[in-house]
Design a protein around this ligand. Structure first.
Ligand code: ARG
Length: 453
C-alpha cells in the first residue's frame, strides 16, 4: 500500500539521520495544495529534540530524495516542505488513475488481503439483569467493524461476547429479587412471578437496592452474602441467577437481531468461576501476589500501576481475577496472534493491570493484548448511570431510528411507490445504518454527546 510505503521512506530517512522515531503519522490533508499525504513527524521531533521543525523537515526530505527508491520514480511526484514543518507528498495523476482502474476491476474486493494471523476480538459484552443500554452500543458497533475489517484483510477472526453475568452486582439483584418479590410467597406464586419477570423489572430491583442502601446500609452485607451463596453453588440462589441470565440473554438476542450483529462465541464471566482457584494459585506460586488488609493483591514492579485485587477480604474473586482466567483460556484454546478487547475508556486502567499481570505471570506476551477504548455516549446531563436509573434503553433508540426513517420514506415521492414491506425494509436499513454510521464516522476515543429528552 502506497501509504505504508511512504511511511517506510520517512522511517528509513529518520533512522539514517539518527532521529528517534516511533509512530509516524501520515494523513490525507484537507487542502489539495498540501499534496495527497502529509506528515507532522518533523514537528514531533522538533519538540523532542528542541530544534527548528522546518530544518528537520528539510533534512528528512533531502534524505528521502537522495536515496534511490523505486516508488520515487513510479508513484511519487513531489515531496515538499510546508511551514511550520510538514512534509507533503503528491502522487502523480497516472498513479491515481491506475489505482482507480484497480478499484473498478476489483469492486468491493479492493483492498482485501490474505492475512494469515489469528485474532480474537471481544466486543459488546453487556451485563445481565440490565437492559441493553446505549453504553454497550458503541462496543457492539465498533467491535463488529474491527472484526469485519480484519476478516476482509483475510485474518482468521474469533468474535467473543463476554457478558457480565457474575460478580457482586448479581448478589444485589438476586437478594433484592428475593426480598422484594419472592419472600413469603408459595412456590407456585414464586414461579408465576419469575415467569413474567422482565429485564426492566431486574433493573428496577437494582435501582431500588441502591436507593434503599441510603437508609438501610445493612443490605450491602446481605447482598454480599447472596453472592457468596451463588459462588458456593447454593441451589436456590443459583436457580434464580439462571433465570435472570436467561431473561437477559433473550433480550440481547433481540437487540443483536435488530442490529444484524452475530458474535461467534458467547463466553461470559461466569464461565471462569471454576477457573479462579487455578489463577490465584498461579500468582501465589510465582510470588506475584501478597496479602494486604485481608485481601490478596497483585502489586506491580516499581509501582508502575496501582495494585490490583485478586481476592477480596471475604475471599471473593474480582473482575480482574476473572479477566486473567479469561486471557489464559483464550491463549490456550485459540493460540491467537492478538487479542483485542473493545470497551469504554473508563476501563483503561483495568486492562493495563490485566495485561501487565498476565505478562508477569507468563500467561501471555503483553504485545498480543490490545485494548481499544471508546468514549461515552453522553446525554447533555452527563454519563448514564444504571444505579440512578437514568439509562437509555437501546431498543427504544433503535426503534425510534427506524420509525423516523419510516416517516421520511412514507412522505417521499419514491418512498410511496414501495410496498409497505419494502418500506419497512428500507426503514430498518436506513435507521440502523444511520446509528452505526453516526458512531463509526466519529473517532472511537471521543465522546458522543446528544440531546435525548
Ligand atoms: N461487561 C463489562 C462492562 O459492561 C465489559 C466487559 C469487558 N471485557 C472484559 N474482558 N473485561 O463493563
Amino acid at each position: 500500500m502506497i501509504k505504508e510505503e511512504i511511511k517506510n521512506l520517512i522511517r528509513q530517512a529518520c533512522l539514517k539521520l539518527g532521529f528517534p522515531v516511533e509512530e509516524i503519522a501520515l494523513e490525507h490533508p484537507e487542502n489539495v495544495e498540501h499534496g495527497d499525504y502529509s506528515t507532522n513527524v518533523a514537528l514531533v521531533l522538533a519538540k523532542q529534540l528542541n530544534r527548528n521543525p522546518q530544518k528537520i523537515a528539510e533534512e528528512i526530505r533531502g534524505r528521502i530524495l537522495n536515496t534511490k527508491y523505486k516508488i520515487l520514480d513510479t508513484s511519487i511526484e513531489k515531496v515538499e516542505v510546508a511551514a511550520p514543518g510538514f512534509i507533503n507528498f503528491s502522487l502523480p495523476k497516472e498513479y491515481l488513475l491506475q489505482e482507480l482502474l484497480r478499484i473498478v476491476k476489483q469492486k468491493n474486493k479492493y483492498g482485501s488481503g490474505e492475512g494469515n494471523k489469528k485474532i480474537i476480538i471481544e466486543y459488546s459484552s453487556p451485563n445481565i439483569a440490565k437492559a441493553f443500554g446505549i453504553g454497550h452500543l458503541r462496543s457492539t458497533i465498533i467491535g463488529q467493524a474491527i472484526y469485519n475489517l480484519y476478516k476482509f484483510l483475510g485474518y482468521k477472526c474469533i468474535g467473543i461476547n463476554y457478558p457480565g453475568d457474575w460478580g457482586t452486582p448479581h448478589g444485589k439483584i438476586l437478594y433484592q429479587l428475593y426480598a422484594k418479590k419472592l419472600k413469603g410467597k408459595t412456590a407456585k406464586d414464586q414461579k408465576k412471578i419469575l415467569d413474567s419477570l422482565t429485564v426492566e423489572d431486574l433493573e428496577a430491583l437494582y435501582v431500588s437496592f441502591h436507593a434503599e442502601l441510603n437508609t438501610n446500609p445493612a443490605i450491602e452485607e446481605d447482598a454480599r452474602e447472596w453472592f457468596r451463596r451463588l459462588e458456593h453453588n447454593d441451589a436456590q440462589v443459583r436457580g434464580l441467577w439462571k433465570t435472570t441470565r436467561e431473561i437477559s440473554l433473550q433480550e440481547f438476542k433481540r437487540i443483536y437481531d435488530l442490529l444484524d450483529v452475530r458474535i461467534d462465541y458467547l463466553i461470559g464471566e461466569s464461565f471462569f468461576e471454576d477457573k479462579m482457584a487455578r489463577i490465584v494459585q498461579l500468582f501465589r506460586d510465582k510470588n506475584l501476589a501478597k496479602e494486604s488488609e485481608g485481601a490478596l493483591i497483585v502489586p506491580f514492579p516499581n509501582d508502575e500501576l496501582p495494585p490490583a485485587m485478586l481476592l477480596k477480604s471475604d475471599g471473593g474473586t474480582t473482575y480482574f481475577t476473572r479477566d486473567l482466567a479469561n486471557m489464559q483460556y483464550r491463549v490456550k484454546r485459540w493460540k491467537p496472534d492478538m487479542i483485542i478487547i473493545e470497551t469504554g475508556v473508563e476501563q483503561t486502567l483495568h486492562f493495563q493491570q490485566v495485561f501487565l499481570a498476565a505478562k508477569l505471570a507468563g500467561i501471555t506476551d503483553n504485545e498480543t493484548l490490545k485494548h481499544i477504548a471508546h468514549g461515552l455516549y453522553r446525554n447533555k446531563g452527563g454519563k448514564f448511570s444504571t444505579r440512578k436509573g437514568q439509562t437509555i434503553h437501546l431498543e427504544e433508540v433503535l426503534k425510534d431510528a427506524i420509525e423516523r426513517a419510516e416517516s421520511i420514506i412514507g412522505a417521499s415521492e419514491t418512498g410511496r411507490d414501495l410496498s409497505s414491506k419494502e418500506q419497512q425494509e428500507v426503514a430498518k436499513a436506513v435507521g440502523i445504518g444511520g446509528i452505526k454510521y453516526n458512531d463509526l464516522v466519529q473517532h472511537p476515543s471521543g465522546d458522543i454527546v446528544f440531546d435525548w429528552d
